[in-house]
Every structure is written in C-alpha cells, then in structure tokens.
Design a protein around this ligand. Structure first.
Ligand SMILES: [Zn+2]
Length: 223
C-alpha cells in the first residue's frame, strides 16, 4: 500500500470508532458473538478490542490502547488474544487499521483450498490471489508470523479453519476489504459447487491494473 502516515485518530476517538465498527460488522453478519477483533493505529500504539467483547454490543470501554511496547495505556480490560497478529500486520507502515473475523465464506474456502484464486477483477484491490495460511492455534506466535508474512504482499489473508484478516489505510478501508473478501469467497464457493472456477490470467490482471491507474477506478475523484 501507499499513502503512509494517514491522519491518526486520538485515543478517545479511536476507541469510539473501533466500537462502532464492531457493531457494524456484527450487524452485517461478518462477526457472530465475540469471534473477531479490530484495531486502528494511534500515535505510539494501537486501539484494539479487548478479549471477549460481544461485537453487537461493543462500546468505547471495550476498546483498549496498547503501546508499541505492548503495554496497556488506556482501558482496564485485557487486549485481544490476537494482539501479536495485529502488530504483525502493522509491520507495513502504510497499514492504519486491521480487521479480523471468522466470516463464514472465508472459513469455508480455507477448508477446500490453499488459496482464493483471482476470480473477479475487484479482488485486485486486495492483492489478487489471496493466500490461505495453514492452521495454527489462535493467539500463537506462529499464526501471527504467517499472517504478517502474507500481509506483506496483500491486503487480505485467509486463516485455515479460522477466519480472515484484512488491512487498510484506515478503518473504513479495512472493513471494506473484509466485505470484499467475503463476497469474493462466496462467488468462488458458488462456482466451485458447479464446476472448476476459471481465474483471471496474469495478463488480464495486468490490464485491469493499468486501466484502474489510468481512470482512478475505485476512488472518488473529480472529473
Ligand atoms: Zn480469530
């Protein structure tokens, strides 16, 4: 990604915003109960959901601030058990927010494939083909490392038998990437139920990227 150093919210605004995103993810069916975590970069650390937060009911107090030194700066609850995974995703300076869910289509893809092929051109927003990293126990260093590696070259990764992680320059973009990934996984699963899905060739993908650059596709812009 580019555009490093986007405006960073202050701690209070970040906690409110993360809680609002959690409620929206639950309303959209992307998170059931406590099955996910969300973070956004703030000065000197990240604002991240506490462990055990019910997304549909999330409030600012359910979001804590953890410094880059991993110490709790604001809040009284224990941070998400996937704290290491989130910090691994922030290894790329351009990443401003991270969303992790157990969204059903992404989990289903992870049970039948070791990748989500590039089946629709919009997937290029995520990096094209999306890797499915092998299963590691939740909260483990191995899971964090594998996720960080995959996200060094894409805005999304699928975790086998677990869920998905997406990144964005800000929370809105990270959520949009989660929604797009889940949509693409659903298309792939439908196609796979009917036959062997075709995928976009490298040349077709290159043509799409060239057209997107030339037209500013996907971004609001003045004519
Ligand atoms: Zn998880």
């Amino acid at each position: 990604m580019t555009d490093a150093g986007a405006t960073r919210p202050d701690a209070a605004a970040a906690r409110l915003h993360v809680a609002a995103v959690c409620r929206a993810l639950a309303a959209d069916g992307l998170v059931k109960g406590t099955a996910g975590n969300v973070s956004v970069r703030v000065d000197g650390g990240i604002a991240i959901t506490a462990t055990g937060v019910v997304f549909a009911d999330a409030v600012a107090d359910d979001v804590v601030i953890v410094g880059d030194d991993r110490r709790l700066r604001h809040g009284i609850l224990a941070p998400s058990t996937e704290l290491d995974l989130h910090f691994a995703a922030y290894a790329d300076d351009a990443v401003g927010a991270v969303v992790h869910t157990h969204a059903p289509a992404a989990v289903a893809v992870s049970l039948v494939s070791d990748r989500l092929p590039c089946v629709h051109y919009q997937q290029l927003t995520l990096g094209g083909e999306i890797e499915v990293v092998p299963f590691s126990v939740f909260g483990s260093r191995a899971l964090a490392d594998a996720t960080g590696d995959a996200l060094s070259s894409a805005n999304a990764v699928i975790l086998a038998h677990h869920g998905a992680v997406t990144t964005g320059r800000d929370l809105a973009e990270a959520v949009a990437h989660t929604t797009l990934l889940e949509w693409a996984c659903d298309i792939y699963l439908r196609a796979r139920a009917a036959g062997e899905p075709a995928e976009l060739s490298p040349a077709q993908q290159a043509d799409v990227i060239a057209a997107a650059v030339a037209t500013g596709y996907g971004y609001k812009h003045e004519v």
